[in-house]
Design a protein around this ligand. Structure first.
Ligand code: PNS
Length: 161
């Protein structure tokens, strides 16, 4: 039976991409025909990495994953999903503390676009404590982020230091 390719979007700030994000995107890539990493631009006034750098990093990390695409978006996520003909939003859920924020977003997106489904996936347990915010903090205070982020991020962080 022929069917339309199932396209998923993994949206986020990815400032920076962590190994937890990579884990979720790889899980999504196994479930869907294509997964688009959609990097939100212009949210923070002073991001650690520019949108261009974040795109470059994600492209480097997923260079050998044929069904993973990297793109940027601004404005409403549901509009972007419509433009890209995506039917699913993929988000990682680490702990109960993520739940409220994620539920609000999922229900708002469903209100705006009822046919767009949000799918939550649990990362490997090694990543349950990991967030971009903490990576930035550890890095800013001189700590090592080895094993927390892909080498492509670590390399660029060391250059910034
Ligand atoms: O990695 P983050 O910062 O938790 O990702 C949040 C993101 C980018 C998924 C969310 O802020 C978003 O979708 N922003 C786009 C604006 C939007 O559509 N807002 C209304 C629905 S919540």
């Amino acid at each position: 039976m022929n069917r339309e390719p199932r396209i998923a979007i993994s949206p986020g700030s990815f400032d920076p991409l962590t190994n937890g994000h990579v884990d979720i995107i790889q899980r999504g890539a196994r479930l869907f025909d294509r997964i688009i990493i959609a990097i939100l631009v212009n949210r923070e006034k002073t991001p650690l990495f520019t949108a261009e750098e974040r795109v470059e990093i994600a492209r480097e990390v997923f260079a050998s994953d044929g069904n993973v695409e990297v793109d940027t978006f601004g404005g409403l996520l549901v509009e972007y999903a419509r433009r890209r003909q995506a039917s699913v939003i993929v988000r990682g859920l680490r702990a109960v503390s993520d739940f409220e924020y994620e539920m609000q977003m999922a229900l708002m997106n469903r209100h705006l676009s009822p046919e767009l489904e949000t799918v939550f996936m649990m990362p490997g347990e090694a990543y349950t404590y990991l967030s971009s915010r903490l990576v930035k903090e550890v890095f800013a205070l001189g700590g090592s982020v080895e094993g927390l982020v892909p080498p492509a991020v670590e390399r660029r962080l060391l250059v910034k230091r």
